[in-house]
Design a protein around this ligand. Structure first.
Ligand SMILES: CC(=O)N[C@H]1[C@@H](OP(=O)(O)OP(=O)(O)OC[C@H]2O[C@@H](n3ccc(=O)[nH]c3=O)[C@H](O)[C@@H]2O)O[C@H](CO)[C@@H](O)[C@@H]1O
Ligand SMILES: C=C(OP(=O)(O)O)C(=O)O
Length: 430
């Protein structure tokens, strides 16, 4: 398995281009099969999760043409089989979007229970509750969810917990149900809005996406469209914290600053300067970072997918900070690794109590999941000496050209796959 080897200590300085949002793209690709006409999707990130979902879509008979690295044409007219192979599904979480898409279009879907990052127990009861409320029969059989309906009928659905996945999945199925659906307590994340906008561009009738009540008038058919995915707010936020932790100065380009407000607010609280432009933000780090407290929340609150990145940065700030994780119970696995780099952190329940240290020292650490992995890379970039991050396969799920982008900002980082290459890097950097 590949590793990153990093010689830390360089402030990251320069410009970086952000790609399309993985978590929007996953919903949009699944929704693309809901018409028999050809859909063209642009600004797709070239990351593992997207490539796996494209394979899964091709696996059920859809025609997938990669027009270029970030653009694909999908035609769902030849789908013959509504059952998705476990081989693809075990690798990604968002495979569950094929349930809503297939159920909406064909009134039948069979999808194995999803994989994805092990960041908590991750039930999908709310997705299934929504499908049932639309009139589907849902059962779990031999590890797969089987949902079927003679007809889907619009319904009034209340989500007990704010869930991105359940909101998107129900929205897709309800788009092709008969009549009117209301989803209450829906998630408001930018990627929910992007999937709704995409469906509307295919002829769906969805109103209220971005608020906590989404209203959907079902339509019989969806049609062709061309659509470009929004920028990835989590990739952008990761580079913003990389600037802060390495005491750098990064212009993060191709972003929607509004989507980054929670991240920007926290960076300003800890003493960084954040300058907003139309489609860019510049983060100039403070030489002395201050402590703060943060609690993860659904959008527009501080995102759970940005929790490890702020955790690592606060471990280098003065004073004591408290980071509370309120969405997933298992998102502090990076703390043990960070402690090995010299951080002073104690986890109590769903909070990490972080006492800032002057510096980290490089160590061999392992990425426990996607965002924690990216955060450990940031820690390595800020540390004195050499850090090796193992299990970077998680990072590749969601960051395109991560090491290339970091190198263009002055980082000394390489992707290696053997102890020999690690030794070579160490000899080279001295
Ligand atoms: C592919 C994708 O977009 N993944 C994102 C999505 O995951 P995902 O859609 O899986 O996360 P949810 O928003 O559904 O989860 C939010 C909370 O609701 C709970 N829950 C969820 C569904 C359900 O049926 N029952 C239930 O209890 C979860 O355990 C969690 O505590 O949103 C998360 C929260 O922003 C992000 O961390 C993930 O990166
Ligand atoms: C946790 C994430 O993804 P997933 O829900 O696909 O595991 C993420 O993008 O940070």
């Amino acid at each position: 398995m590949d590793q990153y080897i990093i010689k830390g200590g360089n402030p990251l300085v320069g410009e970086v281009e952000i790609g399309g949002a993985k978590n929007a793209a996953l919903g949009i690709l699944a929704a693309a099969i809901m018409t028999d006409e050809t859909v063209v999707i642009d600004n797709l990130p070239d990351v593992q999760d997207i490539n796996v979902l494209l394979e899964a879509i091709a696996g059920i008979g859809a025609k997938v043409d990669r027009l270029d690295r970030h653009k694909a044409a999908i035609n769902g007219s030849m789908i013959g089989d509504c059952s998705v192979d476990y081989e693809y599904i075990k690798k990604i979480r968002a495979s569950y979007y094929l349930l809503g898409a297939l159920l909406g279009k064909y009134k039948r879907a069979e999808v194995p229970l999803p994989g994805g990052c092990n960041i908590g127990s991750r039930p999908i009861d709310l997705h299934l509750k929504g499908f049932k409320s639309l009139g589907a029969e849902v059962e779990i059989c031999h590890g797969s969810i089987i949902a079927k309906a003679e007809r889907l009928r619009g319904s009034h659905i209340f989500l007990d917990t704010v869930s991105v996945g359940a909101t998107i999945n129900i929205m897709m199925a309800a788009s092709m149900a008969e009549g009117y659906t209301i989803i209450e307590n829906s998630a408001r994340e930018p990627h929910v809005v992007d999937v709704a906008n995409f469906l509307n561009s295919m002829g769906a009738n969805i109103k209220g996406a971005g608020t906590d009540v989404i209203r959907i008038r079902g339509v019989e058919k969806l049609h062709r469209t061309e659509y470009s995915i929004i920028p990835d707010q989590i990739e952008a936020g990761t580079f913003m914290f990389a600037a802060a932790a390495t005491k750098g100065d990064i212009m993060v380009k191709n972003v929607i600053p509004k989507h980054l407000e929670a991240t920007t607010a926290k960076l300003e609280e800890i003493g960084c300067e954040v300058e907003e432009f139309d489609d860019a933000v510049r983060v100039v780090a403070s030489k002395r970072l201050r402590n703060t407290h943060v609690k993860t929340q659904p959008y527009p609150g501080y995102p759970t997918d940005m929790q490890p990145q702020i955790g690592v940065t606060l471990a280098l700030a003065s004073g004591t900070s408290i980071v509370t994780e309120s969405i997933f119970e298992n998102r502090f696995k990076y703390i043990d690794e960070l402690t090995r780099m010299g951080a002073n952190v104690k986890v109590e329940g769903n909070s990490a109590i972080i006492t800032g240290v002057e510096k980290f020292t490089g160590a061999r650490v392992s990425a426990p999941d996607l965002r924690a992995g990216a955060a450990l890379v940031i820690a390595g970039l800020a540390a004195e000496g050499i850090t090796v991050v193992d299990d970077i396969v998680y990072i590749q799920r969601g960051y395109e050209c991560f090491e290339e982008k970091l190198r263009s900002l002055g980082a000394e980082i390489e992707r290696v796959s053997s102890e020999k290459e690690i030794q070579k890097f160490k000899l080279r950097v001295g």
